[in-house]
Design a binder for this molecule. Structure first.
Ligand code: ADP
Ligand code: ASP
Ligand code: MG
Length: 456
């Protein structure tokens, strides 16, 4: 360790020129910053999705209007920060690429996942190019700011829109392309989150919200001293403050706790973010770019106190699938049949129970369960689908060990007599979950949070 800081700024942190300026000041206040990872400006990735959809469904004219909206938004930041002619050239090249991609999609009336990833990448490529220009001005010649295309180093599988990093290739590409840049201690690299490339050089993306993961991967690659995640909340809270206003910031938590939170729906960190930093034991700081002096949360391998209950996380819009064998199949074959179908269709799945000829799993929204999937499962089983559920999870420690504290949890859960669909307890050391209808989520989450987590 000892190789400086990797700092990531999310979409709302770089939403306009003023916000970008705040982020540049944050970087300035940490002279050890070596790599800055930038997300697309707020909502741009959604707009790029809309752009691809309109090109496919409504044709050239309408989609070029959407592109114009995206362009104006970035061009207005460019004018406010008075970018250099070189940066304008870089930006124009991205606009030009965007236009060609859109015209292609409009002509073919089709947008393949491969093309979609190229379209997705435009957002981060525009925002990072603007930020590099601004940072160069703010650091006023004391540092050498290098605008870097992350696709040169972040090598991934070709699983479009959810590509997986190939770490050996990424590390050797970093040795070749990134380390020589960093050899000059005054260098600060500004690059894109979310984006990667296959070995053939085709553009990929790591999954929506994946810039946190990019930042963690880059921190691992340079064996950074600290990973900073700058967002719009001053740290990781006991639950989403938008859902429960009473939520409190957690000053320090363990990798395992933060990882469970991220996997179980705490949007503040992308689900896979902690894995790369855990491999190198790099502490993570989460803070607000709006109030950088307010402090934040530290996520580390060990912390002073590891309470039984730490936080609550929510995943809305879940679909529960119950598959019940209608043949006398050996258990192993029944399980294999289900796994094969899930793997073949790459369905993101959270298995809740596997008992005899009866399996329950959750998928985020019904869109992953097309007719083909249901037909395949129905060949050997009865399939029941229940939509619009929320998985509410309590996150903590030693939750798989018998403890009287469980009764407090039961008391809190049953108090409001929620329409409980399922309770899962004791299967993991770091979490327990309950499934309730989406319509009751806010109420149940708030009651549970305030009964169990406010006094911590
Ligand atoms: P960014 O664009 O910086 O990646 P996100 O919107 O992805 O930001 O994540 C920040 C948001 O995460 C917060 O505004 C908050 O509503 C939400 N959030 C969910 N759970 C938590 C939590 N436990 N602590 C803090 N924020 C949370
Ligand atoms: N811009 C991407 C998204 O909105 C990635 C990220 O911001 O983390 O999903
Ligand atoms: Mg995010």
């Amino acid at each position: 360790m000892g190789n400086g800081i990797v700092a990531k700024f999310g979409g709302s942190s770089v939403k306009d020129a003023q916000a970008m300026r705040r982020c540049a000041e944050v970087v300035k206040s940490f002279p050890d910053t070596r790599i800055v990872i930038i997300s697309a400006t707020y909502n741009t990735t959604n707009m790029l999705e809309r752009l691809a959809q309109t090109a496919k469904n409504d044709g050239e004219e309408v989609s070029l209007k959407v592109l114009q909206e995206i362009r104006e938004r970035h061009q207005s930041i460019a004018s406010e920060i008075s970018i250099s002619p070189e940066t304008q050239k870089d930006l124009d090249a991205v606009f030009f690429e965007a236009q060609n991609l859109i015209l292609g999609v409009a002509k073919l009336k089709e947008c393949s996942p491969r093309i979609m990833d190229q379209i997705y990448s435009l957002g981060e490529r525009m925002s990072s190019c603007l930020f590099a220009d601004l940072l160069n001005k703010v650091l006023g010649g004391h540092k050498r700011v290098v605008f870097f295309d992350v696709r040169r180093v972040l090598k991934t599988s070709s699983d479009w829109s959810r590509a997986l990093p190939l770490m050996d290739l990424t590390k050797s590409a970093a040795e070749e392309h990134l380390f020589p840049e960093l050899a000059d201690e005054r260098t600060v690299i500004v690059t894109q989150g979310f984006v990667g490339a296959t070995v053939k050089g085709e553009t990929t993306t790591l999954g929506r919200e994946g810039s946190d993961f990019s930042a963690a991967l880059m921190a691992e690659v340079i064996k950074a001293e600290v990973l900073q995640i700058w967002t719009d909340v001053p740290g990781v809270a006991t639950t989403d403050p938008r859902l429960v206003p009473e939520a409190k910031i957690i000053p320090e938590l363990t990798y395992e706790e933060a990882s469970a939170m991220a996997h179980l729906g705490a949007k503040v960190l992308f689900s896979k973010t902690l894995l790369p930093v855990m491999r190198e034991n790099i502490p993570v700081f989460v803070g607000s770019s709006l109030e950088p002096k307010k402090g934040g949360s530290w996520i580390r391998s060990s912390v002073d106190s590891v309470p039984y209950l730490r936080a609550l996380a929510v995943m809305k819009k879940q679909t529960l699938v119950t598959v019940e064998s209608n043949e006398v199949l050996p258990q192993a074959l029944f399980s294999k049949n289900i796994y094969d179908i899930i793997a073949q269709h790459k369905i993101p799945t959270d298995f809740l129970s596997f008992r005899g000829s009866h399996v329950n799993f959750l998928v985020p929204e019904q869109k992953f369960l097309n007719e083909e999937v249901v037909a395949s499962l129905s060949e050997f089983a009865r399939v029941k689908i229940e939509e619009d559920l929320s998985l509410i999870s309590l996150i903590g420690n030693d939750m798989d060990v018998a403890s009287n504290k469980i009764f407090d949890i039961f008391d809190a859960i049953t108090k409001g007599r929620p329409a409980l669909r399922m309770v899962q307890l004791g299967v993991s050391a770091n979490s327990m979950s309950l499934l309730v209808p989406d319509s009751t989520t806010e109420l149940v989450a708030r009651e549970l949070h305030n009964a169990l987590l406010l006094s911590l």
